[in-house]
Design a protein around this ligand. Sequence first.
Ligand SMILES: NC(=O)c1ccc[n+]([C@@H]2O[C@H](COP(=O)([O-])OP(=O)(O)OC[C@H]3O[C@@H](n4cnc5c(N)ncnc54)[C@H](O)[C@@H]3O)[C@@H](O)[C@H]2O)c1
Length: 273
Amino acid sequence: MTSPWLQGVCAIVTGAASGLGRAISRRFVAEGACVVAFDRSESGLAELKNELGAAAETVVGDVTSTADNRAAVITALTTFGSLDVFVGNAGIWDFQRSLEETDANELATAFDELFAVNVKGYLLGARAAVGALRASGGSMIFTLSNASFYPAGGGSLYTASKHAGLGLVRQLAYELAPAVRVNAVAPGGMATGLSGPAAMGLRDESISASFPIDDIMRRHGALRRAATPEDYVGAYVLLASKQSLTATGSVIDLSSVGTPSRPEKTSPDNREG
Ligand SMILES: NC(=O)c1ccc[n+]([C@@H]2O[C@H](COP(=O)([O-])OP(=O)(O)OC[C@H]3O[C@@H](n4cnc5c(N)ncnc54)[C@H](O)[C@@H]3O)[C@@H](O)[C@H]2O)c1
């Protein structure tokens, strides 16, 4: 029998109540970790706590708040005795709204809201966790995206925010070495509850309800696969584990969008001419 990869590890996962964050939390616990699940959704966290039991503690809060990020770190230290991994994952999307179809005032307020979650949230989480991670020799892992490298995974707000996330990973890896490793995973599209800024009227929308995302991934992903959150979590386990002691500033790109997809093969039966 193989031993679990994360025995004795304590992690904070932001955005843990839904989608990818929930899948990461479940898998981390299955690999022997304890998890502080941090999210603004009280009901989603209650469901997760019910499922994971004593291996998980929850913090209801907003990643854009310094105090709430501190509360997550204090919860990790008081409940589990240490913090080994901070997973910055909570994010919102702009549903690919283009520059010209967005009113200028809306653009300004949506920028503040989206960057506050996707960039400031990562930065404040890192700031709150860094002392405890120095003490444990731990690491940070951030969720990036195909939109950290390429256009068209979002509109200009989302793409710029995920490019900023890449800059944050590189800068923090540089600043915090050799004490704390800082890495990232870049997933591609998946059907989740991913929502958008209230300023754009998108707070109650979700990518899974509004977009044929599975279909898009099947058609345009190089691997023709409609990935689920569970498909991406192995990379987080790898980066959180002792198998990655030499990794910092690295991004595992799982988006399969950077590799151009080949045209569908035409079978002899439906060839024209
Ligand atoms: N779904 C995709 O197609 C896709 C593709 C690439 C990258 N991503 C990234 O994956 C990450 C997770 O997204 P998901 O698809 O699982 O979406 P999701 O909405 O299912 O999960 C995100 C969670 O973050 C929480 N959250 C949002 N704002 C918050 C805030 N201010 N404070 C606390 N919690 C907050 C939400 O309540 C939700 O539970 C995001 O960083 C997203 O950008 C998603």
